[in-house]
Design a protein around this ligand. Structure first.
Ligand SMILES: NC(=O)c1ccc[n+]([C@@H]2O[C@H](COP(=O)([O-])OP(=O)(O)OC[C@H]3O[C@@H](n4cnc5c(N)ncnc54)[C@H](OP(=O)(O)O)[C@@H]3O)[C@@H](O)[C@H]2O)c1
Length: 324
């Protein structure tokens, strides 16, 4: 039975991924920053009739990382899969962010993922097989308004994951990036991560930020992508004989990434970013049909009236993702 460590398993995508993998033949170690979450994770596992082991793991604490990986390797007989899922958000325009807030989000999302990977890699390399799966975001492919720091961390994860893949492939390992669009989790409520400065009405960005948050909230409620879709993508990344380097999760996210790849920059800018900025500036959050973009970027160019070409591309992309 292959062993997998999932970071940030107390809630959201990490919890669902841990449960999903445990139900599909993996020996799962669910990393939680605070062991107070242990009973709830075990209860969720019992409800799903699966077994997993909860380990304390704060990805920003090197001793905790050492202990957790050691536990997994000793009691799991090695580590085949590492799912770098733990992360925090930071919402607010760049000028409204404190450097300490920016450092914190980099510590968790970038250096945290690197720290756990660095600790697990020698074991995987020695075994000559294994997969490092990083939950990036479509925000690591297309940035958006009010998420300059968060998107920077996701772009950093993309560079890390891609480069790492080239380095570890010769040893029989793979590094794979999962890129979800908006999925309703605690990220959109208790773990939202609004910067204090962004909430200050005196900020010159405040009105736009508020409009953008309203757009984002509406998308969160209407997205059809669920945590289980992300968990399935992780499972595919861990089990596919010839995995891809990236898996985009969610139809709007897939369409946005495809459009960006195929359209000239200027056209994408006009259709995608242009529509978003008009919505934010005009404060038209109350007009759902015209909203182009959620705040996990790539949320949708689909909600807006759109050219036939983009509709066709959306369908093609969706069919492609479904058929993987
Ligand atoms: N939801 C979305 O729309 C979406 C879209 C694209 C990508 N993502 C990415 O998916 C991942 C999971 O997000 P989510 O939506 O499931 O968010 P979430 O519900 O807020 O879960 C985040 C998890 O990360 C953990 N965490 C935070 N800092 C940590 C640290 N220093 N050490 C260990 N664990 C830590 C949290 O633990 P605590 O409970 O202790 O805080 C929690 O378990 C993130 O990397 C996020 O960027 C999410």
């Amino acid at each position: 039975m292959d062993t997998v460590l999932v970071t940030g398993s107390s809630t959201g995508l990490g919890l669902e991924t841990a449960l999903h993998l445990a139900g599909r033949g993996f020996r799962v170690f669910a990393g939680v920053r605070d062991l107070g979450h242990r009973p709830a994770v075990l209860e969720a596992a019992e409800e799903r009739d699966v077994d997993l082991t909860v380990v304390q793991l704060d990805v920003t604490d090197s001793q905790s990382v050492d202990r957790a990986v050691e536990t997994v390797v000793e009691s799991g007989g090695g580590v085949y899969g590492l799912v770098n899922n733990a992360g925090i958000g930071l919402r607010g325009c760049f000028e409204d962010l404190q450097m300490a807030e920016i450092r914190d989000v980099f510590e968790a999302n970038v250096f945290g993922a690197m720290a756990v990977t660095r600790r697990a890699l020698p074991h995987m390399r020695a075994a000559g097989r294994g997969r490092i799966v990083t939950i990036s975001s479509v925000g690591g492919r297309i940035a958006t308004f009010g998420l300059s720091a968060y998107c920077s961390t996701k772009f950093a994860q993309e560079g890390f994951g891609e480069s790492l893949d080239l380095e570890v492939r010769p040893f029989g390992l793979r590094s794979i990036l999962i890129e979800p669009g908006i999925v309703k989790t605690s990220r959109w409520s208790v773990n939202r991560g609004n910067a204090a400065g962004a909430l200050d009405p005196a900020s010159p960005y405040h009105a736009m930020f508020v409009n953008h948050e309203a757009l984002a909230d509406r998308f969160v409620e209407t997205r059809k992508t669920r945590p289980e879709h992300v968990a399935k993508a992780v499972h595919r990344a861990l089990t596919s004989r010839r995995p891809r380097m990236r898996y985009v999760v969610g139809r709007p996210a897939s369409a946005a990434v495809a459009l960006r790849g195929l359209m000239p920059d200027r056209l994408f800018d006009w259709i995608y970013f242009g529509t978003l900025l008009r919505q934010i500036k005009n404060g038209s959050a109350a007009a759902p049909a015209a909203a182009p973009h959620g705040s996990e970027p790539g949320a949708t160019v689909l909600a807006a009236p759109r050219p036939a070409a983009s509709t066709a591309m959306t369908k093609a992309t969706h069919d492609h993702i479904k058929s993987e």
